[in-house]
Design a protein. Structure first.
Length: 105
């Protein structure tokens, strides 16, 4: 895994991170169920800097009645982080890049 080359469609992510980080992100999202993986990916294009989201925004993007179960999975997996002072969830910039790369799959 340490010597794995990034696929061509992941070149931007691979250029901004070490191959190990890109491989770990891929492994983390590969283990998600397809719906949750898609929800994670859909946050990428909508992410301003800094990438923060409230539950209502995620409900709208994901077209669901209740975003909390999916958000919980993403938080538990370390793909989103809750920021109590803002009452919002944030995504690290490298994870935003990974989320965007998933949309090209």
């Amino acid at each position: 895994m340490l010597e794995a080359q990034a696929p061509a469609d992941r070149a931007e992510l691979a250029n901004e991170t070490t191959p190990t980080v890109a491989a770990l992100f891929q492994k983390s999202t590969d283990r998600l169920d397809p719906f949750t993986r898609d929800c994670f990916a859909y946050l990428g294009p909508f992410a301003p800097k800094p990438a923060t989201f409230d539950l209502e925004a995620m409900k709208a993007v994901w077209q669901v009645e209740d975003a909390k179960p999916t958000v919980k999975v993403l938080v538990d997996r370390g793909l989103l982080e809750y920021v109590p002072s803002m009452d919002r969830y944030q995504m690290h910039a490298l994870l935003v890049m990974h989320a965007n790369s998933l949309l090209t799959d």
